[in-house]
Design a protein around this ligand. Structure first.
Ligand code: SAH
Length: 257
């Protein structure tokens, strides 16, 4: 990492969680894109069992819940997010079929072959795409679906600055074709893969954060660790604007074979 910018791995997790609790979305995405991904999934009914892994405060889950029938369980590692998730479900009167639980996406309590759909937006990187795909496969019913958005290279080659940034932040980033291969060898038929448009990063993710950064800095004035975190986030944002033709998120939808 360059001079005074700290790697995301050196930063304080509590600060990251506290900060991301102040914004609506914890990763790039949008209601339109959630609905587009959902349009590839067939056969959901009121008794369908749906799980949203790394749900955060549930920005995407509530969109899903308003358009898909079934019971939805959101799972997140951090209690702050689970509490916000459950408050958001209640505010929309969805609490009877949308429930947030504390848990880790690599240690799930569901029965094998019990789920109709596994959803995961901008969160599989926490355990890695390939590992997640393989581990989650057992929990889906035969013919069940998986819908995951993931950091993806859009080109085979890219400038060293952005290559190095991602190798530090998430070396699992890869091209769409490699991700599809991983999906297929984990036992899914690839149904669709599509790129998230820039507005999922800019309008829905980064723009609301400009004010959130200022507010968070003001609230934590003089806190060096907070300043380092915000600097890291601003650097990440600048890199996106500079290199967005080389990478972004893609949605991958697969069906358990
Ligand atoms: N899906 C949300 C949040 C994405 S950010 C959105 O798109 O807005 C990634 C989320 O994964 C965070 O909420 C983080 O707390 C959660 N997370 C990190 N490690 C996890 C793990 N091992 N199991 C479950 N959730 C995890």
């Amino acid at each position: 990492m360059s001079d005074n910018i700290k790697s995301i791995r050196e930063l304080d997790l509590e600060i990251i969680v506290e900060y991301y609790s102040t914004v609506k979305r914890q990763g790039p995405g949008s209601p339109d894109i959630t609905l587009k991904a959902l349009s590839f999934i067939e056969g959901l009914t009121e008794s369908s069992q749906i799980v949203d892994l790394g749900c955060g405060s549930g920005g995407q889950t509530m969109v899903l819940a308003q358009d898909a029938p079934g019971q939805i369980t959101g799972i997140d590692l951090f209690p702050q997010f689970v509490d916000l998730f459950n408050a958001n479900a209640k505010a929309l009167n969805l609490q009877n079929r949308v429930k947030g639980e504390l848990g880790s996406m690599d240690n799930l309590h569901f029965q094998e072959e019990s789920l109709d759909l596994i959803w995961c937006e901008g969160a599989i990187y926490n355990i890695g795409f390939e590992k997640g795909m393989k581990y989650w496969h057992r929990f889906l019913k035969p013919g069940g679906y998986l819908a995951v958005s993931e950091a993806t290279w859009f080109t085979d080659k890219r400038p060293a600055e952005i290559q190095d940034f991602w190798m530090d932040a998430y070396p699992g980033i890869d091209t769409i074709s490699h991700k599809l291969e991983q999906m297929q060898s984990a036992g899914y038929f690839p149904i669709a893969a599509f790129m998230l448009p820039e507005k999922c990063w800019i309008k829905h993710f980064y723009e609301p954060q400009i004010k959130a950064h200022e507010d968070f800095l003001r609230k934590n004035a003089g806190n060096r660790a907070v300043e380092d975190f915000i600097k890291n986030q601003q650097h990440e944002m600048e890199l996106y604007y500079k290199y967005k033709q080389y990478y972004g998120y893609a949605f991958f939808i697969g069906k358990k074979m």
